[in-house]
Write a protein that binds this ligand. Sequence first.
Ligand code: PBG
Length: 321
Amino acid sequence: MLIRPRRLRRTPGIRNMVRERSLSVNDLVQPLFVKNGKGIKEPIPSMPGQYHFSVDTLTEEVKELRDLGIKAVILFGLPSKKDSIGSSAFDDDEAVQRSIRAIKAKFPDMVVITDVCLCEYTDHGHCGLIENGSVHNDSTLEILAKTALSHVKAGADFVAPSDMMDGRVAAIRDILDKNGYCDSGIISYAVKYASAFYGPFREAAESAPEFGDRTGYQMDPGNSDEAIKEAMLDIEEGADMIMVKPALPYLDIIRRVKEKCLLPVCAYHVSGEYSMIKAAEERGWVDGKRMMMESLICIKRAGAKIIFTYFAKEATVILNK
Ligand code: PBG
């Protein structure tokens, strides 16, 4: 007798029934870039299919996403002005804060998550304040907390700090609680690697550092124990969910974090992962749609519950068929 695992694969009905993980629109978060102005929908050259929106066109896009069944978006802002401390980040009249209010006024059920970081808002492009030529952890915490509070006041459901300063989850939890926002949550980018895969995003968000790099605060790609330590600390500080970023080169990390932490794990399928598929597809070298769906299911198989991906809209169109 020959044992034949193939029997479970041959009939599509059975193959679908025995599949261990599936992808659903409930798993996907669409990142969106917003700037000041009106009537803007500018393509981002390094990320085909992604745009810079103004608040009005962003709201139209959110309607489309909602009609498709997408439940959540994460917002990134391009401010009108940058300075050394990133003060536009906590300006209630900036693009992100206005977008949150606009989305919530029209679509209260759309989950709005905001990225909390300073790199888009500082003139030097680093994620925190600079003292003596390098990013100063503790003085950055206050600005991050103020930023998170301004997002939540505007109506954000979750804030997602992506700066990698130590102690920022506690600082944010503290300011939200003191101001009565006990029910607003924190998705911590606890496990964020210093990655070349963020390249297209930095063009899209105009956030490349003016000098140096982010290896002083983001994680070393050779490390894995450190990921557990970062995740555990952020959970103690009050994180509601943990994010691993990037996704595909770090599937082992997603799995380890998921096994250790009894919280939903999110994965950020980042700009470089998106643009690689788009670029190869444009050349006719790969089947981009299949690569997209395969990437997303593999991220789920590794243990992620929620995937932040620029493919959210495109994948949902396929899932809905
Ligand atoms: C920091 C931030 C970055 C991304 C999300 N939040 C960039 C960075 O750390 O340089 C990257 C996302 C992507 O590449 O898609 N605000």
